[in-house]
Design a protein around this ligand. Sequence first.
Ligand SMILES: Nc1ncnc2c1ncn2[C@@H]1O[C@H](COP(=O)(O)OP(=O)(O)OP(=O)(O)O)[C@@H](O)[C@H]1O
Ligand SMILES: CC(C)(CO)[C@@H](O)C(=O)[O-]
Ligand code: BAL
Length: 277
Amino acid sequence: MKVITTIQELQKELAPYYLANHTIGLVPTMGYLHEGHQILAKAAVAENDVVVMSDFVNPTQFGPNEDYEAYPRDLERDARIADEVGVAILFAPSVEEMYPHQGGVTFEAGPASKILCGASRPGHFNGVLQIVTKLFQIVRPTNAYFGKKDAQQLALIEMLVRDYNMPVTIRPIAIVREEDGLAKSSRNVFLSETERQLAPNLYETLQVLQQNIASFNQKKAIEQIEAATKGRVDYIELLSYPDLQPVTSEDTQVILAAALYYENVRLIDNIIFKVGE
Ligand SMILES: Nc1ncnc2c1ncn2[C@@H]1O[C@H](COP(=O)(O)OP(=O)(O)OP(=O)(O)O)[C@@H](O)[C@H]1O
Ligand SMILES: CC(C)(CO)[C@@H](O)C(=O)[O-]
Ligand code: BAL
């Protein structure tokens, strides 16, 4: 596997694949790889002639008081893991390489970017759509892989590709969990020991709420989650998926999505399901 840090070098490496009309899989990540990223990469390896994984903590999707500086990073370890699962190129550019110009064109995502995570992270999804668009332009992938853990991100990327006619197929991948149900996340390392023991109760409570979805009540749901996790709920919402609208009787697929604050970390989780199942 090659670790590449410049766009020019990356495109030189990919040139033979473009010429031969080979399929290119892209797995965008912010690094500090775990099994969730590995599953994305394995799916990409199974479905494409060559796989590029990007490893870049994107500053434009972090707010001024968020954890950009503290976000865990370990490129050497990432390179080992990516190599093991069959990634051909790990693209790990610097911030200067990705953003050499200031004050140019940026994105303003629509209303679906301002709810859920977007409400507590203003501008977050503008930054996500900006970097994902740049990666699509740079790599020109046939298929791009995203986890359902970040379900709002996935829905917005689907909208981006649809609204801008981008020639890429988005491949959504199911949430990978720890044995106790906690969704794998690079940020789980910020949980204290007690928080780590309580955090799986988020998913457990979501499952209970799903089972009683006909009587879903947001205020009660917040109380239930906070009692079970000892965290502070940022949001718990029931919406249609993937359009992220209030649920109507016609919606079959819905998302029950939550975000939870602990002392040094904010966790997200969700269940996407069909009403009546
Ligand atoms: N547990 C998981 N299951 C499936 N996909 C995941 C999981 N965790 C992350 N991903 C996916 O991996 C890709 C890269 O995510 P990212 O590098 O932000 O990792 P992360 O663990 O989600 O980080 P964090 O939770 O700290 O934001 C995204 O498409 C994300 O949805
Ligand atoms: C898609 C992404 C790599 C863009 O920085 C990031 O938001 C992530 O890791 O989910
Ligand atoms: N996985 C989403 C990236 C972020 O939290 O910024």
